[in-house]
Design a protein around this ligand. Structure first.
Ligand code: NDP
Length: 327
């Protein structure tokens, strides 16, 4: 049986083609479950992969798409049976193992989590890798004992996918949430998701320690933004860092760590173990209202996704793009 997929191939001159093509199940890679995919999503990493602006793809040809939701069609696993609805994020899928920009995916069952009962498949991909990462970053703050009385919690890259998700999660809690964005025109959107205040992007810090403003920080931007956030985090605060949308370098000093006991907590969602992912998805299903997911998502057919891959790298995508692989 043939199915439709986006396939990335490399030419002799190393340029990359991203074509929608017909494949057969024999073209898929090894795995103990075959999943009929409903939706994937567009993440920053997918943008890098499809445009070939980043070295995300480890071998060609490759089906991109680092996450998906779908229904088990065939299973050799004791954990899943045909008909079970599942979510996949991470594990190198869409990078070194064929990914979610296809109507079928064959993967390892240990990479999956069950779709929580309260979530529709479309909303699961509105959350996607971005939402899982945002939840892990917010939970890191809980691990470090953050309480609303510690002060403002800053979310950087606020209008993007992970930023929007972090605000939607935190907006339901008792924190004063400050959204940092380069897009002033998104202020109403960010407030409707749950931000109490909207500020511009952070400049590089003028001094190694600025006056303490942030009780906690959730950062997907990196670079000068992360350096600035560290310099202005209050005594004992925690900065959860997961992204590099603004740069991968980090020019800082040890002063925030040794004089204020600031904690820098790195977040990786790709290899997050099963129990942590399952728990985070349960929390996401409970904590993020469906209306907020509707507000932040747009659904784009796989056949029309290419220009959005440039847009996400240029910081022009608001919220989350759900990819309909069957359209
Ligand atoms: P998006 O592109 O959706 O959001 C990134 C946002 O960052 C943009 O919308 C923009 O927000 C802001 N931004 C972009 N460029 C700059 C810049 N030069 N300077 C300052 N701000 C900028 O991406 P995602 O939310 O999907 O991902 C964000 C980052 O997190 C990426 O680097 C991604 O690779 C990483 N990531 C890491 C994961 C992990 O497991 N560690 C998992 C998922 C993502 P605004 O316009 O509001 O300022």
């Amino acid at each position: 049986m043939s199915f439709r997929a986006m396939l990335l191939t490399r030419n002799d001159d190393k340029s990359i083609n991203a074509d929608i093509t017909e494949l057969s199940q024999d073209d898929l890679m090894d795995g103990d479950v075959l999943v009929r995919v409903d939706y994937s999503s567009l993440n920053y990493k997918d943008g890098l992969a499809v445009t070939s602006k980043g070295k995300v793809i480890r071998s060609f040809p490759m089906i991109p798409g680092i996450d998906f939701v779908g229904t088990i069609e065939e299973s050799k696993s004791d954990d899943y049976a045909p008909g079970d609805q599942v979510i996949l994020t991470g594990w190198g899928v869409g990078e070194k193992h064929h990914g979610g920009y296809a109507q079928y995916a064959r993967v390892k069952s240990k990479w999956l989590v069950p779709l929580p009962e309260k979530l529709s498949p479309q909303h699961a991909m509105a959350i996607g890798t971005a939402g899982l990462t945002a939840m892990l970053a917010v939970r890191a703050q809980e691990v470090h004992g953050l309480k609303p009385e510690h002060g403002d919690i800053l979310v950087t890259g606020a209008s993007g996918g992970t930023g929007s998700m972090a605000i939607a999660i935190l907006g339901g809690w008792d924190y004063n949430v400050v959204a940092s964005t380069g897009r002033e025109e998104q202020a109403d959107y960010l407030k409707s998701l749950g931000a109490n205040e909207v500020i511009g992007r952070l400049d590089a810090p003028g001094r190694p320690l600025e006056s303490g403003r942030w009780g906690a920080v959730v950062d997907g931007v990196g670079g000068e933004t992360l350096a600035s956030a560290l310099a202005a985090t209050k005594y004992g605060g925690c900065v959860a860092a997961y992204g590099l949308a603004g740069g991968s370098e980090l020019n800082t000093t040890v002063l925030p760590f040794i004089l204020r006991g600031v904690k820098l907590h790195g977040i990786d969602s790709v290899m997050a173990p099963f129990e942590k992912r399952k728990d985070a998805w349960m929390r996401l299903a409970l904590d993020v209202p469906a209306e907020k997911l509707d507000m932040m998502m747009q659904v784009v057919p796989l056949s029309k996704i290419r220009p959005y891959c440039d847009d996400i790298l240029d910081g022009k995508v608001r919220g989350r793009i759900v990819v309909d692989v069957n359209a």
